[in-house]
Ligand binder design. Structure first.
Ligand SMILES: [Zn+2]
Ligand SMILES: [Zn+2]
Length: 262
């Protein structure tokens, strides 16, 4: 199994020592384990900064320490927002020889989308259009990532999801950019921990479109912030890849993709 989305106490929203997470991955027999702690430089009202020197030193120490037991993938999850944030994300990504970079949208138009104020004063349909238009606009400019994480994360924060026709044309434009730029998407199994049921990350419709439109880079990740969530439902994620018509999973080294047969 390949867990390509995980956090540790280097992220503002996790308390678990990185070595404890890696040790858990080893005990589960994972083949590769990507550490992707948060750098979300302009997140409103929350300290999602990253202590880079300590983070990098620990990645290098643990990679060597566990070399015989697991392949540790040195990664980062950057929180993409417009304006100067794009430059901060690019600078962070290029300041260290990461193996793998997740690009994420936790915010849109300056709002944290997990909070009600993003949705206030607009219809649900408009909120979806604003969110995906914002992603589209940022991804036209920002290229310093390898895989777009939790594509439809907005689905996590709503009571109902608008009909596909409301926003799928914008999603297709985003996928066009991903495919043209050689970027991947991930299957993020946190949706099952959140009790989202059929609302997977990505949705079946988005996953199918990505594959149909020529996308072939798909990683799987638990988005674990605690040791017990490492490796969570990754076997199911593999089945989702197969169901979408692909027979290989993406792995990264030095920011270059390699494919492993499922
Ligand atoms: Zn995220
Ligand atoms: Zn994450």
């Amino acid at each position: 199994m390949y867990d390509y989305h995980t956090h540790s106490f280097f992220s503002g929203d996790s308390k678990t020592p990185l070595e404890e997470m890696v040790a858990r991955a080893v005990s589960l027999g994972l083949v590769e384990y990507a550490v992707t702690d948060h750098f979300d430089p302009d997140y409103p009202d929350y300290p999602f900064t990253l202590s880079f020197p300590e983070y990098h030193a620990e990645l290098i120490r643990l990679e060597a320490l566990y070399r015989e037991k697991i392949r540790l993938v040195k990664g980062i999850e950057v929180g993409i927002q417009h304006g100067d944030t794009l430059k901060k994300c690019s600078a962070a990504v290029n300041a260290f020889p990461y193996d793998f970079v997740l690009g994420s949208f936790h915010c849109a138009e300056g709002f944290d989308i997990c909070r009600k104020d993003f949705f206030a004063g607009r219809s649900l349909e408009d909120a979806y259009i604003v969110f995906y238009s914002y992603m589209l606009d940022c991804l036209k400019k920002f290229k310093d990532y390898d895989v777009l994480s939790h594509f439809n994360v907005i689905d996590r924060y709503v009571d109902r999801i608008p009909d596909d026709e409301v926003y799928m044309d914008i999603v297709e434009k985003i996928i066009d950019i991903l495919v043209a730029d050689g970027k991947g998407i991930e299957i993020n199994t946190s949706s099952f921990r959140y009790g989202m049921g059929e609302r997977t990350l990505p949705s079946a419709a988005i996953l199918a479109r990505y594959v149909k439109m020529g996308g072939e880079i798909i990683t799987t990740g638990s988005d674990a912030h605690r040791a017990k969530d490492v490796g969570y439902m990754l076997d199911h994620a593999r089945e989702m890849i197969k169901a979408a018509g692909l027979n290989r999973i993406a792995s990264f080294k030095n920011r270059e993709v390699r494919f492993v047969a499922l």
